[in-house]
Unconditional design. Structure first.
Length: 253
């Protein structure tokens, strides 16, 4: 029975190598003094996966049309089984996702995890932040109530004040001279297709770099993962002067 259970895994491993890669990912070495601060990245990934799952469910009932968008949202809240829960998770989960990104970036910065050789991973994480903010902005219009409409007007007008590209950016976001059917369709496609694909791709690259380069030890760590810390050599005792004063009360020899 054990051989029969392992046969599909062996078949998949022989042809793809996925099992070995998963085993390496799950059982790789990490610093022994890692703490809860290191789980902020996993928490952010979990929040993104929740957004993906709830967004797919909402897309099955949502109608991206000015005449039907608000009614479809009310239908989800009032008629669909547990629709209020799914929409609440998606609505508040967007704020949780962005807050966790800020916490995760703050932890990386304070721990010095952006330094060599992890500069590229830091750049990828920085690119994820504006994409997450744009994801939240593009989804704000979709309920198409008064709050969503006028908040989108303010947001588009702010983008329109940018030098040179501002008017073209505002025209692109509106899909015309003012907010209408083309605007909500454009925001829906950006929110559902463009930005999630870009975020998923950058997250995949981010995770690959984390696995490749390893997890950074905390600043107070005395040992690195898998190797002993190399202590710096003591400074030379000769030629003491202004920047290397000698011991008080004696002359170094």
């Amino acid at each position: 029975m054990l051989a029969a259970a392992q046969y599909p895994l062996d078949w998949l491993e022989e042809r793809s190598g996925l099992i070995g890669g998963l085993r390496y990912f799950l059982f790789r070495k990490v610093p022994g003094d890692s703490g809860w601060w290191h789980t902020l990245g996993s928490a952010t990934l979990t929040a993104f996966l929740v957004q993906l799952g709830t967004g797919v469910i909402l897309a099955m009932y949502y109608k991206p049309d000015p005449n039907s968008a608000y009614e479809s949202v009310q239908h989800i809240n009032n008629d669909v089984t547990l629709g209020w829960l799914v929409r609440g998770m998606h609505r508040w989960g967007a704020s949780v996702f962005i807050i966790l990104i800020f916490f995760h970036m703050a932890r990386v910065f304070l721990f010095g995890a952006y330094k060599y050789p992890r500069e590229l991973n830091w750049i990828v994480g920085v690119l994820l932040l504006p994409l997450a903010l744009l994801e939240g902005f593009s989804g704000y219009l979709l309920p198409y109530d008064q709050t969503a409409y006028w908040a989108t007007v303010v947001g588009i007008n702010i983008n329109g004040t940018a030098p040179f590209l501002g008017p073209f950016l505002a025209q692109f976001l509106r899909g015309g001279a003012e907010i209408g059917p083309d605007t909500i369709a454009r925001f829906y496609s950006i929110h559902m297709l463009l930005l999630p694909g870009a975020i998923a791709g950058l997250i995949g690259l981010h995770l690959y770099l984390v696995v490749r380069l390893g997890v950074t030890s905390p600043p107070w760590s005395k040992e690195a993962a898998g190797a002993e810390r190399v202590e710096p050599e003591p400074p030379p005792t000769a030629r003491r002067g202004l920047f290397q004063p000698g011991a008080r009360g004696g002359i170094p020899r």
